[in-house]
Design a protein around this ligand. Structure first.
Ligand code: TMP
Length: 254
């Protein structure tokens, strides 16, 4: 890695100053954490896979008109992104009961939800990312009602699109988390999808067997964690071995 200014280091990624003003380089680490950093581990090759998977998904979203911070992949572990002002809210969309929802409401894991549910969490490691209502978000000034409206409708569009995309490769999109940023262009502000979309922040289950192919394998010590991330990349047709100039399309499951 060349020497350059480190802007921010998170649990799974590092942000460096980009080559031009208004850009950042997003570096994907192999580190994995769960339960707000109480559990830490290394998933060998995860950074390379998530860089590819997030590139692929953000590119597809861009093609259907969902604005994202993604510009282009630079190398195995880095991508160029637009510098945005991160909104300190994690937006979770759920289609099937899993994780904290099953604990909060005592709903068995795997229960299909009557409709997609959108939840908001305040990004704060100190507070352990508490769930918040729109009222808290607007009263405390984390986002305006208009920002929230944009975030909610983008999250639902992303859910609709990704549900179909994953179903086409034999995966159920159980739930996922998105982050959004404010992108300033001249005097205009747009809300765009930021951070990453990968098996670190999506739950993906095999359609036929319900096998978990995401970070729950790490959270729940299920083993074969790196293999699960590889399987997602393989089904998307983007395993790194294929090489940057030879990316195939998704592999249809019949
Ligand atoms: P949860 O069931 O633990 O609330 O998680 C819901 C979804 O959000 C799941 O796909 C994992 C993702 N997620 C993150 O990306 N980061 C987090 O810090 C948490 C708690 C969940």
């Amino acid at each position: 890695m060349t020497r350059r200014r480190r802007i921010y280091e998170g649990k799974a990624k590092v942000l460096f100053e980009g080559p031009e003003p208004g850009t950042l380089v997003q570096y994907f680490k192999d580190d994995a954490t769960a339960f707000n950093n109480q559990k830490h581990g290394i998933i060998t090759g995860k950074g390379v896979l998530n860089n590819r998977i997030s590139e692929y998904l953000m590119t597809r979203l861009g093609e259907i008109g969902v604005p994202t911070h993604f510009v282009r992949r630079l190398n195995m572990r880095e991508q160029l992104v637009r510098e945005v002002e991160i909104i300190p809210i994690e937006v979770v969309v759920r289609n099937i009961a899993a994780g904290s929802l099953t604990r909060r409401f005592a709903i068995p894991e795997g229960t299909p939800l009557p409709r997609s549910i959108v939840e908001y969490y305040y990004k704060s490691d100190d507070l352990n990312d508490p769930m918040v209502a729109e009222e808290h978000i607007t009263a405390f000034g984390w986002a305006s009602p208009q920002d929230l409206d944009d975030m909610m409708s983008l999250a639902l569009r992303v859910n609709d699109y990704l549900t179909g995309l994953f179903l086409g490769i034999g995966l159920k999109l159980v739930d996922f988390k998105l982050e959004f940023g404010r992108l300033w262009e001249n005097d205009e502000m747009r809300i765009v999808v930021a951070d990453e979309i990968s098996p670190d922040n999506c739950r993906l289950w095999d359609v036929k067997t319900n096998e978990k192919l995401d970070k729950d394998r790490f959270r729940q010590d299920l083993g074969r964690v790196a293999e699960a991330y590889q399987e997602v990349a393989r089904r998307l047709g983007i395993l790194p071995e294929v090489g940057p100039t030879d990316v195939r399309g998704p592999v249809a499951i019949t």
